[in-house]
Design a protein around this ligand. Structure first.
Ligand SMILES: Nc1ncnc2c1ncn2[C@@H]1O[C@H](COP(=O)(O)OP(=O)(O)OP(=O)(O)O)[C@@H](O)[C@H]1O
Length: 280
């Protein structure tokens, strides 16, 4: 029996611009099991964000099929939450109000704004504030928080409607190294507690290994899946694992493969030839 919660089958995406057609994705196939933590890496332009945006319902695919729990995607939905690199909080709302914002929209949309809805939302918001270590900042505004704290609010807001799928596009890309480490342990903890399925795009191979249960390596021109790696780490992880030989070897393999598939070397070779020609 097929247990996948996400089935991506022969998916392609073509962007038609005025003067060219860009094949952002070609023949992408991936089955995702419930509660998996999948990380996506690959050279710039290999279609990582495009795939995530299609899953979020923010973009449509040109060919193939994508099924969520057996159903085709029909736009964005409360079953999927997306977290972006930039914090995208509402600056005029406090931390608590930001966290409750989506829930309020849903309640208004469903027109069932009963007292029990409001109470349930408050309990959930409090639990998420605690989980994210933000309890004492409940009444603060985004401008009063550090980047790491703002991103914790964004994650709490994303988790508020209990999404089945958490889609994260380089969420820690703008944070300093130390804050990122804290966020890594936090998001692993959130994954264990909340049981959501996480799809996480990153440029940082170490981050991809530390967080993921599987790593999907994509290659550009056209964007496609090149290889998939199982991460040989237990569910409970700690920072020292980054120094273990198996971790370092996997990092070496993935970095080498990204270099091979990126085409950057080819471009440099071409540049060298052009420069030689100019000198003659
Ligand atoms: N809206 C768009 N219109 C036209 N082309 C697009 C659009 N969005 C993405 N592309 C192109 O599709 C390809 C894949 O882009 P995408 O942003 O998904 O790659 P990525 O792997 O996430 O890149 P990066 O790691 O640099 O963020 C790129 O060639 C990009 O220029």
């Amino acid at each position: 029996m097929d247990k996948s919660c996400i089935s991506i089958r022969n998916v392609g995406k073509l962007f038609e611009t005025r003067d060219q057609s860009i094949e952002a994705l070609r023949d992408v196939n991936l089955e995702v099991q419930p509660n998996e933590f999948i990380t996506f890496v690959g050279a710039s332009g290999c279609g990582k964000s495009t795939l995530l945006r299609i899953l979020a319902g923010l973009e449509t695919h040109s060919s193939g099929d994508i099924l969520l729990h057996g159903q085709p995607i029909d736009g964005p939905g409360v079953d999927r939450a997306m977290v972006f690199q930039h914090y995208s909080l509402y600056p005029w709302l406090t931390v608590t109000q930001n966290i409750k914002f989506c829930r309020q929209l849903k309640v208004i949309a469903d027109t069932v704004k009963s007292q029990s809805d409001v109470e349930t939302a408050s309990g959930r918001a409090d639990a998420l504030l605690n989980l994210m270590g933000l309890k004492s900042f409940a009444g603060a505004y985004p401008s009063q928080l550090s980047g790491g704290m703002q991103q914790r609010v964004a994650i709490a807001r994303a988790l508020m409607p209990r999404p089945d799928f958490l889609l994260m596009d380089e969420p820690f890309g703008a944070l300093d190294a130390q804050t990122r480490e804290v966020m890594h342990d936090l998001i692993r903890h959130v994954h264990r507690l909340e049981k959501s399925t996480i799809l996480f795009v990153t440029h940082d191979v170490e981050e991809a290994i530390y967080l993921g249960s599987r790593i999907v390596l994509m290659a550009p021109r056209p964007g496609r899946i090149d290889s998939v790696y199982e991460v040989p780490l237990p569910a409970v992880r700690h920072q020292d694992m980054k120094l273990e030989p198996a971790f370092i070897e996997l990092k070496r393999q993935i970095l080498a493969r990204i270099r091979e598939t990126s085409g950057v070397q080819t471009d440099l070779d071409q540049l060298a030839r052009l420069t030689e020609g100019a000198a003659l």
